[in-house]
Write a protein that binds this ligand. Structure first.
Ligand code: 6MZ
Length: 347
């Protein structure tokens, strides 16, 4: 799949030895959503299978799948972040049985971890458990875990996501599943709060997140991803949810920053995702510069490489490439960032 203009530009300016340096760097991918990271060719194959089984009916779902996959194949242009979430019903139609979720998980793990060019040394893949006609949420997670656990524990683990749009009963079910599966010795290492940043009042999540933390699970939350996320919500996420990592953290005010520094909360940064969702205007304006100046722990991540047409190597290329293609960091600085990602694993 061709890369987005941001990442392709950065990679093209690097020498072969610089690319090799980035490939060889042990790095951890800590923020990758399963259904947003399915390789395009696998998704297209899944769509073909789906349409040959269901397409004749010409149902609304089949039409949505055709349109959705066509969109993703051409390369999605987003006017604003909220359009991003509209891509998922079509993808979800293709990953709604245990076999198909397993196939998607297998492909994502392979993409990140296998030769000839593994993207990272360690992957914490995250996903939101869904109940469908053919599986319940536990079945969903077991299908994904079976694939994760085919890799050694120092290579792959699972984070269970909850979505801001969920009812409290479902939040509770997802988090209890994460806790129980961990107790059963399965490779669940953390929980996440994700979903459309416009959605939901978050108070109903608090006690469940606290339970998860008390059970030894890592906690990460998407926070202040858009300028519209209220300060009170950000404050609540930092204080009541007690996360040890944050996703995006694009619009933190001074007060929030103080907590992040004091509590040493690492930040998962997804450069291309932010640029394509237009929450950040340019690399020049990206909040990574601020964290680098403060020498604060960060992890460079891909978020949803299917949609954003990127990969972890290309995200690191954005660090090393000279402006205007990248941030122009030195190899030592980039090495240090990779080390920080490895140090902030939940496992
Ligand atoms: C917030 C995001 C996201 O869980 O079905 N997701 N939530 N911000 C983002 N940044 C742009 N990218 C992905 O993967 C897809 C789900 O992850 C969340 C969305 O809720 C999306 O439905 P899973 O595997």
């Amino acid at each position: 799949m061709s890369l987005s203009r941001y990442t392709a530009g950065a990679l093209e300016t690097l020498t072969e030895s610089e690319v090799q340096f980035l490939r060889d760097l042990p790095k951890a991918e800590l923020h990758a959503h399963l259904n947003g990271s399915i390789p395009l060719d696998v998704l297209q194959e899944m769509a073909r299978d789906y349409l040959s089984a269901n397409g004749a009916s010409g149902s609304t779902v089949s039409e949505a799948v055709k349109m959705g996959v066509q969109n993703l194949t051409q390369g999605v242009q987003l006017n604003e972040i909220h359009e991003f979430f509209g891509l998922f019903p079509a993808i979800y139609a293709l990953t709604s049985s245990p076999e198909r979720v397993a196939k998607a998980a297998r492909a994502v793990l392979h993409l990140f971890l296998d030769d000839p060019n593994p993207q990272c040394a360690y992957l914490e893949m995250r996903t939101t458990p869904r109940a469908t006609e053919s599986m319940d949420r536990r079945g969903y997670l077991l299908a994904v875990l079976e694939e994760v656990e085919k890799y050694p524990a120092d290579k792959a683990a699972l984070i269970v996501s909850t979505d801001r749009r969920m009812d409290e009963t479902i939040v509770e079910e997802c988090i209890n599943l994460a806790i129980t599966l961990k107790e059963e010795g399965r490779r669940v290492v953390g929980i996440d709060l994700c979903g459309d940043p416009r959605a939901g009042e978050l108070q109903r999540f608090v006690k469940h997140f606290q339970n998860a933390k008390a059970s030894g699970l890592g906690v990460t939350v998407h926070i202040a991803e858009t300028v519209d996320n209220p300060t009170s919500e950000t404050d609540n996420l930092l204080r009541a949810f007690a996360p040890s990592r944050l996703g995006h953290a694009t619009f933190l005010d001074e007060e929030a920053m103080k907590i992040v520094f004091e509590k040493d909360i690492a930040v998962e940064l997804c450069l291309t995702s932010n640029l394509l969702c237009k929450t950040v205007k340019s690399l020049e304006d990206h909040h990574i510069r601020f964290y680098l100046k403060q020498d604060h722990p960060i992890a460079i991540c891909t978020d949803d490489q299917l949609v954003f047409r990127t990969n972890l190597l290309a995200e690191y290329a954005l660090l090393l490439a000279k402006p205007p293609y990248g941030l122009g960091l030195t190899m030592d600085e980039v090495r240090k960032i990779a080390e920080m990602s490895m140090a902030r694993r939940f496992s």
